[in-house]
Design a protein around this ligand. Structure first.
Ligand code: ADP
Length: 734
């Protein structure tokens, strides 16, 4: 079987139709690519193939009806095809040709076709340059696809490069081949094959491009998925961090809606403060928990959050009924895309209590100053009254009927002296003598003293003392005074109570504090009075029974020790007081605990062993006279004066064995007087007995310690004065 590749003139028409079909395929392909990729060069190349198709149609038509106009159009169509192919290649390479130039070239080609058809003898002369241009344009297109192949490894680009290169060569050869009538059909068959080859190349390129785009899209989405997963991870960890901060914040944070303050979220502290344990009931409003301070809870008041001020203090009532003072700060935030309020609630109860304590302390200090002045003024007259009473009572010739009255005066005088002592300890004038105090032993000694009173009040005192209680640094006398006051109050309360009285005293060491609890089963302090009991002069007892100073003194003593006293009702319903002392950070080494000496036994009636000449000096004349009388009664020879200068004059002129001198005198104080006496008689200077108030300053105390002279505090006992004078005389005689 032989295969004949010869195409005779009779095959020209089918060959042309085949070429037309393959060009149509190319046009369809470029149209599709244009609509699919929106690239301009596909559009331009499509127009180029359209004119090529027109050229084929005209070639076909001219076979039947040759005409000059048809030849003109044919030359023009092939020229336009060449022009658009070149233009498309330039656009493909990123160059641009102004449309005006393209228009002018179209006109030029029309003119050229006209001249070639009507004015040239051989139409080949007109066609050859046009086909040459078309061939060069195709070679240009081949170059474009070659550079595309260099950028990306597309087999389609290789095919197109080869296709357009062959197509360019073919077009350059076309005018010569067309002139040989036997080759004309074969030329169009080759054209068809080349056009199909270009079409296949184009399809392969498009498919490869689509595949690459898909791969890029897949890669992109993988990358995006990775980035999204990382972003989600970051978001989750940020949210966990925020949640932890939110939950562990030391201040209560509540997030509410802007409308009605419905609680949306709250942290752990807020849950504690509001007393919310499980899930919140829907529509729980923060308004239900808060009200403005010092205002009754009315309906209007439940809307308080609408009109709150920044950092406004408010009262918070928790679910379990507990109340606390809070400062409320509000800010606007965004929650789930909606505006919301963030409330920060700061508990202020402790601060308010501290402020109240500071106010109380200031009040006490002002009062203390006033009281101390009054007490000093009272001390001297009291000393005189007491001294004279003692004198009178010591006389045997006082009738019994009068003695009873005098004893009543003495009792009341003692009460007044006790009051003055209370005033002075309230004013805190007596400097504290701090040392290690074993509280358990101190309590036992106080209870021992109170046993008789407890018996009278038909009450029992039970001790529950922690054996491992650490010592505290305190003034044992002051702590004793506090304990005596509290015990005395309990016994007074129990004396009026119907049931048998019971007092429990407990000691415990709790963290950095040592606490003493005194509880009784009496009537307790009514709730409305609890805020007042520590105020000075507040008393519910009858006149003469209570002074209203016991608890305020206890309060100021405890504050001075860095501790505190608080009232908590006892479980039995009676009163409960707790004293808290700070435990010193350093261990106490001393082995001598500062427990006050037990009360001394009553002295036997005193008889002077030695008598002498005594000078009594006090600017308070009556006091000086009273001391003089006391000493005279004990057999001394006494000279009394109220002027220090006069006293010095007497000392220069006369001989004295002992001097009793006031310390605080307007003209010359005790120190100055001592110095003057030393100049006159240094031996006598050591026998000056100084009379002082109950309170002496540090400076005065230092003076006494340096000179070593004895001192008598007013108001003094008759016998103490006589005993001190006697002791000095005895030692001088020795
Ligand atoms: P006074 O005892 O002189 O009245 P206080 O300052 O010691 O002054 O006490 C003030 C008030 O506190 C008392 O008047 C009494 O109403 C109340 N009070 C103190 N202790 C008790 C107690 N144990 N039981 C009941 N009320 C007490």
């Amino acid at each position: 079987m032989s295969f004949d590749l010869y195409f005779g003139p009779e095959h020209l028409r089918p060959a042309l139709l085949a070429a037309l079909l393959s060009v149509s395929l190319l046009i369809g392909l470029f149209a599709y690519l244009n609509s699919y990729t929106r690239r301009r060069y596909f559009q331009i190349w499509m127009v180029a193939w359209l004119f090529h198709a027109l050229w084929l149609c005209l070639t076909c038509g001219l076979l039947e009806h040759p005409s000059a106009l048809g030849s003109l159009a044919r030359t023009w169509a092939v020229g336009i095809s060449a022009l658009f192919l070149s233009w498309g290649c330039l656009v493909f390479m990123g160059r641009s040709i102004p449309r005006r130039v393209v228009g002018l070239l179209v006109l030029f080609l029309a003119l050229w076709s006209y001249v070639g058809t009507y004015h040239l003898d051989n139409p080949w002369h007109a066609q050859f340059p046009v086909f040459a241009t078309l061939g060069v344009s195709s070679l240009l297109a081949a170059r474009c696809f070659f550079s595309c192949r260099m950028r990306q490894e597309f087999a389609g680009a290789t095919l197109l490069c080869a296709g357009f290169a062959c197509w360019g060569g073919f077009l350059l050869a076309f005018p010569f081949a067309e002139m040989v009538s036997d080759l004309r059909a074969a030329v169009f068959v080759v054209a068809t094959l080349l056009q199909l080859f270009i079409a296949v190349g184009m399809i392969v390129l498009v498919l490869e491009e689509a595949r690459q785009l898909r791969r890029a899209a897949v890669d992109n989405s993988t990358l995006e998925r990775g980035a999204r997963a990382a972003a989600e991870g970051r978001l989750r960890s940020t949210e966990a961090r925020y949640r932890q901060l939110f939950d562990q914040a030391s201040e209560a944070i509540v997030i509410t809606s802007c409308d009605g303050f419905e609680i949306l979220e709250l942290n752990l502290r807020a849950r504690q403060l509001l007393g919310v344990s499980g899930e919140l009931t829907p529509k729980s409003s923060l308004n239900d928990f808060l009200r403005r301070t010092n205002m009754p809870r009315s309906k209007a008041e439940t809307q308080c959050l609408d009109r709150m001020l920044p950092d406004a203090p408010m009262n918070l009532t928790s679910r379990d009924g507990g109340t606390s003072a809070v400062a409320v700060r509000r800010s606007v935030i965004e929650m789930d895309g909606e505006p919301a309020y963030q409330f920060v609630l700061k508990e202020m109860t402790e601060r308010f209590q501290l402020e109240q304590q500071i106010r109380q302390a200031e009040k006490l200090s002002a009062l203390g100053q006033m009281i101390s002045g009054i007490a000093h003024e009272l001390n001297n007259p009291l000393a005189v009254i007491k001294g004279y009473l003692d004198l009178l009572l010591s006389r045997a010739d006082v009738p019994m009927s009068m003695r009873g009255d005098l004893e009543k005066i003495a009792r009341e005088g003692n009460r007044a002296a006790k009051l003055v002592r209370n005033f002075l300890s309230f004013a805190r004038e007596r400097p504290a003598q701090r040392g290690p105090v074993p509280l358990n032993e101190l309590i036992e000694s106080v209870v021992e003293l109170g046993r008789f009173d407890a018996l009278v009040a038909q009450s029992t005192i039970t001790l529950d003392l922690d054996p491992g209680l650490p010592q505290v640094i305190a003034d044992a006398d002051q702590v004793q005074q506090v304990l005596v006051n509290l015990l005395h109050n309990s016994l007074q309360a129990l004396a009026c109570a119907p049931c048998p009285g019971r007092i429990v005293i407990r000691t415990r060491a709790v963290a950095a504090f040592v606490s003493i609890q005194i509880e009784d089963n009496g009537p307790g302090v009514p709730a409305d009075l609890r805020g007042k009991i520590f105020e000075p002069f507040f008393t519910t007892k009858e006149v003469g029974v209570g002074t209203g100073l016991g608890l305020s003194i206890a309060h100021s003593i405890m504050s001075e020790h860095g501790g505190r006293i608080t009232y908590t009702p006892a479980p039995t319903g009676g009163a409960g007081f707790t004293l808290e002392f700070p435990v010193p950070t350093e261990t106490i080494t001393t082995s001598e605990p500062a427990v006050p000496e037990p009360l001394a036994p009553l002295p036997a009636p005193f008889v002077a062993e030695q008598t002498g000449r005594v000078l009594v000096l006090d600017d308070e004349e009556t006091l000086a006279e009273m001391v003089g009388e006391i000493l005279t009664q004990f057999g001394h020879q006494v000279v009394v004066t109220s002027h220090p200068l006069q006293a010095l004059d007497l000392l220069r002129r006369e001989r004295f064995d002992v001097i009793l001198s006031d310390y605080r005198m307007p003209q010359l104080d005790g120190r100055g007087f001592h110095a003057e006496v030393q100049r006159i008689d240094s031996e006598l200077a050591s026998r000056i007995i100084f009379l002082t108030g109950d309170v002496v300053s540090d400076e005065t105390r230092a003076f006494f310690e340096s000179v070593g002279n004895p001192r008598l505090a007013k108001p003094f006992q008759l016998e103490t004065v006589a005993r001190t004078v006697n002791d000095l005389l005895v030692s001088a005689a020795a």
